[in-house]
Design a protein around this ligand. Sequence first.
Ligand code: PRP
Ligand code: GUN
Length: 846
Amino acid sequence: MDLENHVEKILWTEQQISHRVSELASEIIQDFTPQNNAPAFVGVATGAFLFLADLVRKIQLPISVDFIRADSYGLGTVSNGNPRIPFDLKVDVQGKHVILVEDIVDTGNTLSCLIDHIKSKGASSISVCTLLDKPARRKVHFELVGKGKYYCGFECPDYFVVGYGMDFAELYRNLPYIEVADKAIHSAIAGTLRSETFCNMRKQNTRPRHQKSETSWAEKLCFGCTCLQLFWARVVMRKWLNLTTNNSDYSADSDSDSDSVSNSDPEYCNWPGESRFKNDRSDGIRVEAYETLPRIRRKSETFRAQYINTKEIRICAGTWNVGGRVPPDDLDLDGWLDIDEPADVYVIGLQEIIPLNAGNIFGAEDRRPVSVWENIIRETLNKIPSVTKFKSHSNPPSPSKFKPSEDVPTIDEILQTTDSDIEEEICPLNEELNFFNEIKDGTVTGENVVDLDASASIDKHKLGISVEKELRRQFSSPITLERFNCFGTEDSEENGAMPSTQYINKLARTLSGTERIGLSWPEPPLHLLGQHVLERPGSFKSFKASKSFRTYSSFKSNMAGENRMRPEIASLAELDLESLINWKKRPPYVKIVSKQLVGIFITIWVRRNLRRHIQNLNVSSVGVGVMGYIGNKGSISVSMSIHQTLFCFICTHLTSGEKDADAAKRITDVQEIHRRTRFNSLSSIGLPKSICDHERIIWLGDLNYRINLSYEKTRELISKKDWAKLVEHDQLIREFRKGRAFDGWSEGTLNFAPTYKYETNSDTYCGEDSRAGRRTPSWCDRILSFGKGMKLLSYRRSELRLSDHRPVTASYMVEVEVFSPKKLQRALTLTDAEIKEEDIVIDGNW
Ligand SMILES: O=P(O)(O)OC[C@H]1O[C@H](OP(=O)(O)OP(=O)(O)O)[C@H](O)[C@@H]1O
Ligand SMILES: Nc1nc2[nH]cnc2c(=O)[nH]1
């Protein structure tokens, strides 16, 4: 930032202030000298401390000096209209002239309250001496007392100002001049903040003037600050302003995380690194959205139906305000995360992952608790065995089918890589069964296959051992060997003496290769789809000529034609079983995103085999707390497509408080979150930009809505478990009805006790002692949804006592659209045939 710009935002320099203070002092001396009774100067803490100190040193009268404190702004920039007096006068002002010394008069709330207070102490007159007056913001008219006078240093324009005692979030008070805070905010938003304020503070205030300074080159470059200070200032400022460097500023499991055979992991052979999430190629070439991850909602649903299937996935959403408590390592999250009914996607939102004290709110983010929570979540999800596969897109499994007992790790899975859906597109269930029936008179029968699946089961607590045992068992099965053999035959000549691990990888790669139409495509733009299928010579022929088709065919013909062990079976002995076992032992869930904003934290985990179907991942954080920007309250939203459906998950912590004004602020918070949440740049055509652009949305968090009843009445209804009556007074339910916040959203029935506020590590609600921060118990912790095709399976709370809140869980069965290359193939082949027919007719006519 250039110097002029910098100078422009200083409203009053040190010299100007000093000069004006002298003038004010002279005025006061003149007014009070004739009186015998020298006034008491009462500074309004904290802001007036410098002004008071400078002023009283220029008053040559036998004055007394004291402080009083009134809290009206708290951490925000808007007076709350109801100042408290947390510390009172020491001197007795009975019968005295009092001069209240203020740094700034804004709404007038503080003064109005203080004047009343001092008047009640019997002061004979009350004057006010303020350095700044902001008449544009005056809301409350205050009356001076007796012959009291109003002394004012400068009229202040309607800016939020800092310096010379005035703070922004308790900082900047020690600036010797007064400047506009908004400017700092705006320049920071424009990314030009060089943190002059901090630099100047250091130059002008923290280095003793007499001390000759040795300025390092780094300090020179940074206007006198060390880079570390500058960095800290930037970090803090960015945090205040809720600026993130970019949308990919979140953590996720890398592909190799927890993969013991990561280098040879066939699942990832076509998806290096994190590139699929970031839309950037590792070679530095930016890949346009339409080339890789497009998802364009087309107008023609009829046409869309020709290449889209649907299936259901289970999503478990959990929210918990953990009150800044670090969890013990053995915290049992099984119930909260509903691991007996495993989900495909876990969306976990925490609030107050760190204590919301000033240091955490305004200082650099403390990320340590994140890893503790993540470890516990990982361990919890690792108890869930891997699921084999969905049987059919069009006949989705019912929730009850997601039983661990069915999660049989078969050798098929290995052969199919991790993506069983893909396999089905080539060889759907019915074809598969027909196929096995076809070769019934050989060694393999349909029943055998069923037996094979059904006989294996996993002890979910001893997953690794079971997997190993099961794999060994399957490898000893003639069926498996034969099937494996068949896959091997296709490329047997080509493969020659290829080492076994390499060979397995190659097999898996063959099965996951993108040449298999649409295997991992999200939804390519139509023109590309057309090109892919039609422009290739003989369209369907090209599919038939593809490696996968050949693999499948050779599999078929081998099985059908021969009923004997081929010599290649011998190569199985060399198979690197250990690699396979390790591969199979990989954790069943992977973290696809974790993001923290002060105390708000969201982490999303998906089944390993779903990961590749998650695209266009984007994160957007919005702070609505202090100053309207800081993230002590706010949201983190995650946008993604799962298969072909757009999802948004929002974890929020909204404004707290029981008053109507607090409820109104929560509505504003929600509106702000909608307004300021932005995902994809304008150039990313077809990708969602805002929350509402998504098809399925889950909003979870400490929404902080309260029950509008007295504490006693609420407790009475809780003891009767009269949830229905309580619900009538729930602020959020009322908002639903009024249609102001969350219009059109759904929530499950609240048939559990309010989740807030409990005494620590206890089942007792706070408030037995009415003096100790009594809170009406409320359903602060909520999970809402928006969008079609979302069936709520359960909505409940868990009895974890770590904090003053109880965690809440909502499980959904959600419909997603799945791209079906088979359908498209059929549609396009037909279209192709129709065109050809037309051509023939035309030819005939010709
Ligand atoms: O006219 P009003 O709208 O009431 O605002 C004026 C008050 O606001 C500031 O105090 P603040 O509450 O920020 O505390 P501080 O002095 O500790 O900064 C300022 O020092 C005044 O006392
Ligand atoms: N720091 C600061 N405190 C205030 N209190 C009321 N108005 C202001 C302002 O502009 N700046």
